[in-house]
Write a protein that binds this ligand. Structure first.
Ligand code: NAP
Length: 264
């Protein structure tokens, strides 16, 4: 189990300008514990809307190089030293067809936004969280993956692969941090109402099947409050429980075996 979101004092949410990230930012700010929430995104008008809703807003393009990402993280820690929780929801989704021309620049950007930028941000926040952990303060890292991390959708092959990588990272990170007060919660949505599919023009078709955002957020906040290691719903939950949950124990056992061998 991870610490409950009810213990969080200050939560930084990426992807907070629309869809799941925005709704989570608003719902977390409205918790009875009233944590401070900082919403991050690129669109200025949406950031202004967050401010109007009482949420601090910071502009940042997560498709930045590692120097800019480090500078941003350091700026955030200096401005908001209370940050103890990351909800990493920024993400993009692009179709790819290997029988036609593959746009490698678009693929690289998708992988960077959905995977590397999250890994980099976690790495740069880690010393700050380790200091909090040393004084017994709970911290949370909550990357947003997808049910497609467990069963890939072939027409969005690179998106699915990026989410599978992020899911794998969550499992390893959780085990690495087992002896700290830093919890890792993987947020794994099914198809949910959002703007994610606007770029491909598939929103109208998908809207017939998606989970309404309000329903999704209610269930997700409940999982966050319980401190579930993986918060997943609907089809994502079915896939996680059938294919991935049985692996979690193995990840932990493999780490223990490796630790035993390294002591020999
Ligand atoms: N909706 C679904 O069906 C679904 C299912 C499974 C997983 N997910 C995941 O849930 C997360 C949220 O997606 P959503 O469905 O809520 O989509 P969305 O409405 O399109 O939101 C995506 C968010 O990511 C931000 N973002 C994208 N590129 C960025 C960049 N380069 N720099 C900074 N921010 C960037 C956007 O902000 P700006 O444009 O303002 O920068 C926006 O706030 C994503 O990780 C997505 O993969 C969604």
């Amino acid at each position: 189990m991870a610490p409950s979101i009810d213990k969080s004092k200050c939560v930084l949410v990426t992807g907070a300008t629309s869809g799941i990230g925005r709704a989570l930012a608003l719902a977390i700010a409205a918790l009875p514990s009233h944590p401070k929430v900082i919403g991050v995104g690129r669109r200025k008008d949406r950031l202004a809307g967050l401010k109007d809703a009482g949420i601090d807003a910071e502009e940042f393009d997560v498709n930045a190089d590692r120097v800019k990402t480090k500078d941003f993280v350091e700026e955030m820690i200096q401005k908001y030293p209370e940050i103890d929780t990351l909800v990493l929801a920024a993400g993009v989704q692009r179709e790819v067809n290997f029988k036609k021309q593959v746009d490698l620049d678009a693929i690289a950007t998708e992988l960077h936004v959905n995977y590397f930028s999250i890994l980099a941000m976690i790495s740069f926040f880690m010393p700050h969280f380790m200091t909090k952990s040393a004084s017994g303060q709970p911290c949370l890292i909550a990357p947003v993956t997808s049910g497609l991390a467990y069963i890939p959708a072939p027409w969005i092959a690179n998106y699915s692969a990026s989410k599978a990588a992020l899911h794998s990272l969550c499992s390893s990170l959780r085990v690495q941090l087992e002896d700290t007060t830093i919890g890792v919660i993987e947020i794994s949505p099914p198809l949910v109402e959002s703007e994610l599919h606007d770029a491909e023009g598939t929103t109208e078709a998908l809207s017939k099947f998606w989970m309404p955002l309000s329903e999704y957020i209610k269930e997700t906040i409940e999982g966050f409050q319980r401190g579930d290691s993986v918060v997943c719903n609907g089809m994502a939950k079915n896939a996680y429980e059938q294919f991935e949950k049985p692996k979690e124990q193995m990840v932990s056992e493999m780490a223990k075996r490796a630790a035993t061998h390294s002591k020999k």
